[in-house]
Structure formats: C-alpha cells, structure tokens
Design a protein around this ligand. Sequence first.
Ligand SMILES: Cc1cc2nc3c(=O)[nH]c(=O)nc-3n(C[C@H](O)[C@H](O)[C@H](O)COP(=O)(O)OP(=O)(O)OC[C@H]3O[C@@H](n4cnc5c(N)ncnc54)[C@H](O)[C@@H]3O)c2cc1C
Length: 293
Amino acid sequence: MPSPAYHAPDTITGAIALLAADPSALPLGGGTDLIVQMRSGRIAPGAVIDLKRIEGMSGVRREGDVFVIGAATPCSALKGDAAFSAAWPGVVEAANLIGSVQVRNRATMAGNLCNASPAADSVPALVAAGATCVIAGPGGVRQVPVEAVPVAPGRTSLGPGEFVVEFRLPVPREGGGDAYLRATPRTEMDIAVVGTGVCLVLDAAGTCMAARVVLGAVGPTVMLVEEAGAALVGSRLDDDVLAAMSRAVQAASNPIDDKRGTVSYRKAMAGVLARRAALIAAGRAQAVRGISR
Ligand SMILES: Cc1cc2nc3c(=O)[nH]c(=O)nc-3n(C[C@H](O)[C@H](O)[C@H](O)COP(=O)(O)OP(=O)(O)OC[C@H]3O[C@@H](n4cnc5c(N)ncnc54)[C@H](O)[C@@H]3O)c2cc1C
C-alpha cells in the first residue's frame, strides 16, 4: 500500500483547505472502511485528512431542541450519553450493532453513511429519526436530510472537498419511540441482509400520529417507505394494520439475490422485521407515556 500523506487539522477551515489542496485526498473517521479499502488496493488517496482532532466534531451535545452528534464521534460513545440514549434508543442500538467492540470504538456514523454501503446499519435508524447532516466544503456549509447523502452503492451526493461535520436529530416529540432491527446470516460480525428502522409517535390514547419506516440492504440505497408509515398512522397498530405495513415494505423492497440471501428471503424478512421494529418502537413510546394496551 503506497503511503498517503496524513494530516490532522484542528479546524474545519483547515480540513477544507487540505481537501481542496489534493483532489484525491479523503476524510478519515475511524478508518474501519477506509484503511481496509486502501490495504486491498481499491482506493489510493494521496492524503487522508483525519477529522478527529477538530474541536466540536467529537461527542454528543444538546443545542435547544436538537441533539448534535459530531461526525468524528465513535459509535460506542453514543451509549455513554444517557440523555441521547433515552431519546433515540433505536439510533444507539443500530450504531452498536456495527462490527465488534474494537470496531465501534473507532467507527463513526459519518463514515458508515459516507462509505455508502446499502447495508450500513446506522443509516436506516438515522433516517427514521428524521436526522439531517451538516456538510462543509469549499462552497460553504449546507444541511441535508441523511437520506440525501447516499446516491448509489459506494457513491454519495457530497461534492469535491465536502465532508460531514455533524448530525442533527430533533429532541423526540412527546410519545415518540424508535427501533432498529437487522437480519444477518451469522449472529455476530456480519452485515445486514435486511435492516429496518422505525420511528413513530403515539398520542395519549395509543393512536399512531406519525410514522417513518426505513429499509436498508434491500435496494441500492437506504429507503424511506412512505406508504408503510402512512399505513400505521391513525391506528393502534392492530394486526391488520401491521400486515398492511409489512405488505408496503415488501412491495418497496428491491433486493439483490446472492449467497447471503435470496430476493424472496430478503423481501419476506423486510416485512417481518419492520413489523417487529414497529412494535418495539410503539412499546418504547408507550413506556414513555405510561400507556397500557
Ligand atoms: C470487522 C468489520 C465489521 C464491520 N461490521 C459492520 C456492521 O456490522 N455494520 C455496518 O454497517 N458496517 C460494518 N463495518 C463497516 C464499518 O465499520 C462502518 O461502515 C463504519 O461505520 C465506518 O466508519 P469509519 O468512521 O470507520 O469510516 P472511515 O473508514 O473512516 O470512512 C469510510 C468512508 O467515509 C468517508 N468519511 C469518513 N468520515 C467522513 C465524513 N465526516 N465526511 C465525509 N466522508 C467521510 C471516508 O473518506 C471513507 O470514504 C464493519 C467493518 C469491519 C472492518
């Protein structure tokens, strides 16, 4: 592996300048995808720009009604933030399914997103939560929904020299709950053949007021299935409604057929996991409200 230059700027401006100076340079988060790809010869950047020393890019903080997660925050650190874990347990569980403890101590959700694997675990949960990301680059700063970043396997909508600075998640609405579930051929250290993130809001009577149902690994990019969310709204998540939601999920799924899972298996599992995730999210919302069904 040819050695790229290594830079660790301590400001966002410095990172922008370094990325602009070498068009082949790439941002470095935890390196758990980037270093593997460099070692295998898939990519050969002239420089890697380590974002971890930039002030404000590591850690979770609250700014008014928004949780801000620095893009260089390792996944394992999310669990350590009690307020964030209570607010978004589905996002925290998704980030903590990635790899092993060692991997999660390095890996970031920004790297998970920008690697643009359709099977990235944290991305469906972030999309279900309605997260946005703040992107900086030579043209300034912009904010986009997380689902606008991956455009194809291995490709993002980020322009030359742009990088993710932080994720922004709203403080959940009263009666909100989220969950993420995945299916893997092996129990540990495997990537999802299906991932489902669900976020919903229940009113005081247990009726679903809003729902976002999101799929990973069953299409070229993460998929927000609006018909599935709409199927839940106005209901108390009875069996008929959950069956309609599962059908919407299966109809939207467009998976590949490979040795890790057939098309029919992935479609069937997408429906099953979305139903289970919806019930877990509802249980969490009810626990917060103290509703019994
Ligand atoms: C053993 C092993 C097991 C794994 N298991 C899983 C798993 O179960 N689920 C799963 O989803 N993934 C898994 N992965 C993949 C990987 O760990 C994750 O995708 C991880 O979240 C990547 O984050 P990172 O910070 O290490 O990214 P890096 O490797 O640093 O970067 C990945 C890509 O994103 C770019 N990038 C990084 N940060 C930014 C930023 N802030 N802005 C713009 N671009 C950026 C880099 O230039 C690179 O192209 C596994 C990897 C390994 C090695």
